[in-house]
Design a protein. Structure first.
Ligand SMILES: Cc1ncc(COP(=O)(O)O)c(C=O)c1O
Ligand SMILES: [Zn+2]
Length: 399
């Protein structure tokens, strides 16, 4: 039997009523554990992992699953870069290879599919960019309208990949942290299924990354997985995936999950360091990694609770300088172009390795979004073009 359960108070809810958070305590809901079974290797993402997902609630097997070809992203062993930073078994999971260029597509496939099964004609999201483009794309694919709420001060360059899918786009003035809660209220009133960062069905889709890593590593899990964290939804989803694999007896352990936040907006790290039970709002976020700068992460308390009950979670910060250094290294030394927010995971590996603790470990840095998603660091640094007359080209290129 599929049901929703509160990650805070443990109360159960009917899975067929669209609901993201517990009406009793306000914490995120999640889907009950899956039955487990075989992976269908050549099917689209949701059908591939149907045995590990709430297949009934997602309507899997009744009609073809919603897909734009998400998942199956490369897991690359970066031998040279790994040697250089002292982590020879450094792997990167290139989530920028998803259809709209970010990891969000896994969760949007599941979330939009669920809304469609429940009969919604409109889906919505609150996002600084990646989730907005992703939900808009999957809504278009499903023949539904997307309502996208972005912060009014979002850099205009970030809007193009969203408007491409013609959603109903609104730039909302005011606090981004508050907008999440407001969207759920408005959605319930106006019949819009808001599929935000930690919606229970988005989390089901996002958790396929854990399942895919397990498969790509031949039925093993890595020693550590490093992820950039904003709302906390993605990290919670990875933990759910790995804990379920473990619970089903398919892996011997749950890998260490290292969540990284930017030093200029690190509400979860701050609560973790001080042993607090709840995150506190981060005043005045200031980082180039805008995609990971949620000042009041809606799944923050949930991650802190998981840590308290013994889940292998750690949280660290990296500075903008460290993020930019990792961003450049990835592209120039390994040919992998990730957006700065995503490169924070490599920056975290480099920072954590300083004490040698990752040296002999298999470490996966999740690169959550493609570099073309945010070209600001390159553009603001100024791009120089050395020129040369045609007849002097041979000399210029010699040596
Ligand atoms: C590129 C990128 N990385 C990481 C994250 C963080 O994910 P979450 O908000 O689920 O913690 C986001 C969120 O939008 C993102 O866009
Ligand atoms: Zn509750």
């Amino acid at each position: 039997m599929e049901y929703l359960v509160c990650t805070g108070c443990g109360k159960r809810r009917d899975i067929d009523v669209f609901c993201a958070r517990c009406p009793a305590c306000g914490e995120p809901l999640e889907v009950s554990p899956p039955p487990g079974g075989a992976v269908r290797s050549d099917a689209p993402l949701l059908e591939r992992y149907a045995a590990f997902l709430p297949a009934g609630a997602l309507g899997l097997g009744r009609s073809p699953a919603l897909t734009l070809g998400e998942g199956n992203t490369p897991l690359l062993h970066l031998e040279r870069l790994g040697e250089q930073i002292g982590v020879p078994r450094l792997l990167v999971k290139v989530e920028g290879a998803n259809p709209t260029g970010s990891f969000k597509d896994r969760g949007s496939a599941a979330g939009v599919q669920r809304a469609r099964v429940l009969g919604f004609s409109r889906v919505g999201t609150v996002s600084t960019g990646n989730m907005a483009a992703s939900v808009a794309a999957y809504a278009a694919r499903a023949g539904m309208q997307a309502v996208v709420l972005v912060p009014a001060d979002i850099p205009r360059a970030k809007l193009a990949p969203i408007v491409a899918y013609s959603p109903r786009l609104v730039g909302v003035e005011g606090d981004y942290g508050t907008l999440y809660g407001r969207s759920l209220e408005l959605g319930a009133r106006l019949g819009i299924a808001f599929i935000n960062s930690d919606d229970p069905f988005r989390v089901e889709g996002q958790k396929t990354l854990a399942l895919e890593l397990w498969q790509q590593l031949g039925g093993q899990v890595p020693d550590a997985v490093v992820v950039p964290v904003s709302s906390g939804g993605h990290m919670a989803a990875l933990l759910k995936g790995f804990e379920e694999l473990h619970g089903l007896g398919l892996t011997g352990r749950v890998p260490l999950l290292i969540g990284v936040q930017a030093a200029g907006c690190a509400p979860i790290v701050e609560a973790y360091r001080h042993g607090r039970q709840a995150v506190e709002r981060w005043e005045n976020p200031a980082t180039i990694a805008r995609a990971i700068s949620n000042p009041l992460p809606p799944s923050g308390n949930r991650l802190l609770r998981a840590h308290r009950r013994g889940a292998p979670l750690q949280f660290i910060t990296v500075t903008d300088e460290e993020i930019l250094a990792a961003y450049r290294l990835l592209a120039a030394e390994a040919g992998v172009f990730a957006q700065p927010d995503a490169a924070a995971s490599l920056a975290a590996v480099i920072a954590r390795q300083k004490d040698g603790s990752l040296e002999d470990k298999t470490v996966v840095a999740v690169l959550t979004g493609h570099g073309t998603k945010d070209l600001t660091p390159l553009e603001t640094a100024g791009i120089e073009l050395p020129t040369c007359p045609l007849d002097k080209l041979a000399e210029a290129l010699a040596g």
